[in-house]
Design a protein around this ligand. Structure first.
Ligand code: FAQ
Length: 315
């Protein structure tokens, strides 16, 4: 392609992005835009399927049939989100098997939050309330992402995440208003999940190498710190409503802005977990690889069936 043509395509692409239009799979796009989307969408997809494990751990021990039905549905939804997202990555030319291989060999990331253990039932409630709450805060703006297939996948994902967040808050409400032991379980879960939930939004703006370009491309609509602040402002009053204490002695409401100042995140912990050194990283990846290997016969059977159908149609 000539330099002039390249410049024209580039200008048309940026004009579409600046006008809040949508880039679709067959449209011209800069290589960096494609690479960034594949990186983010793949990390997001991996997070969804790895994220099935911490809560899946409690399916057989849910405290009632009702809770079990809700939890099974939620974990299944996360698998579905993973599938939409891998499909969205495929529209950019990514190969699903390659993406899974990158996950299984630790060469592509997934969210740090899923490397923490779920040691009590209250953790399932806390994940719904806090982790899905943070996910919604981050993903609602992604429904306006400049890349059409990702934005459309996010619309459905966010509807399901809203149900997840509501059920988590409801389960937390029951525990917080229960026996002293249940109340203690709820507080203990908040103590352990609060800071990792804030870490989900990524490094602070000054340390986020991808944010500026992703915002210029209309992929991200808000910075990591902006979304983190919104999450804190929305969630602290919910904790107060539950009668629970957010584990941050520096938390202060600024009455003028209605916003909360909060303490410093332990970035050493964040980067350690990101690099594979969290409490559960190794277990999560090992379980994922085992599930993939155990499922090989299903993929082979589906491929053989599709092949047979194609041959029958061609005959
Ligand atoms: N964990 O320059 P930035 C869910 C990496 S919700 C691990 O700021 P970016 C639902 C980042 O990839 C969770 N790595 O990067 C659910 C980059 O690495 P690279 C998933 C992190 O992309 C609920 C480097 O740090 N949600 O699964 C994290 O502009 C319950 C520099 O960071 C999404 O993925 C982290 N927390 O912004 C499921 C949402 N933060 O590739 C089950 C879509 C940053 O340069 C149960 N993703 N990194 O080496 C995004 O919005 C963005 O990718 C951010 C990061 C905001 C996560």
């Amino acid at each position: 392609m000539s330099e002039q043509l390249q410049a024209e395509f580039q200008a048309a692409f940026q004009a579409e992005v600046d006008a809040d239009g949508r880039i679709e799979p067959r449209d011209w796009m800069p290589d960096g835009y494609r690479r960034t989307l594949v990186r983010q969408i793949a990390q997001h997809a991996h997070s969804e399927i790895i994220g099935m494990q911490p809560e899946g751990n409690w399916i057989t021990r849910a405290p009632s049939l009702r809770r079990k039905c809700i939890l099974v549905a939620k974990v299944q939804d996360e698998a579905g989100h993973g599938l939409y997202l891998y499909s969205a990555a495929e529209t950019l030319g990514a190969d699903r098997d390659e993406l899974l291989d990158l996950l299984h060999t630790g060469r592509q990331k997934y969210s740090t939050i899923f490397n923490y253990p779920t040691t009590s039932w209250a953790d399932v409630a806390a994940i719904g309330w806090l982790v899905d709450g943070a996910a919604i805060m981050n993903q609602v703006p992604l429904t306006r992402c400049s890349y059409g297939p990702y934005a459309r996948a996010m619309t459905r994902v966010c509807k399901e995440e809203s149900f997840h967040q509501r059920q988590g808050f409801e389960a937390m409400t029951v525990l917080a208003n229960g026996t002293p032991a249940q109340r203690q379980m709820a507080q203990d879960a908040l103590d352990r999940w609060w800071w990792p939930s804030l870490m989900m939004f990524g490094p602070s703006d000054g340390d986020s190498p991808n944010s500026a370009q992703s915002m210029a491309w209309g992929i991200k609509r808000f910075s990591n710190d902006e979304l983190r602040q919104r999450f804190v402002d929305a969630t602290v009053p919910q904790a107060e409503h539950l009668g629970l204490t957010v584990p941050d002695p520096e938390l202060r409401l600024d009455p003028e802005t209605g916003s909360y100042a909060f303490g410093e995140i332990d970035w050493t912990e964040f980067y350690a977990v990101m690099k594979g050194d969290g409490p559960c990283n190794r277990d999560r990846v090992r379980n994922r690889v085992a599930a993939h290997e155990d499922g090989a016969w299903v993929r082979e059977a589906a491929a053989a069936y599709a092949d047979k159908q194609a041959r029958r149609a061609a005959a």
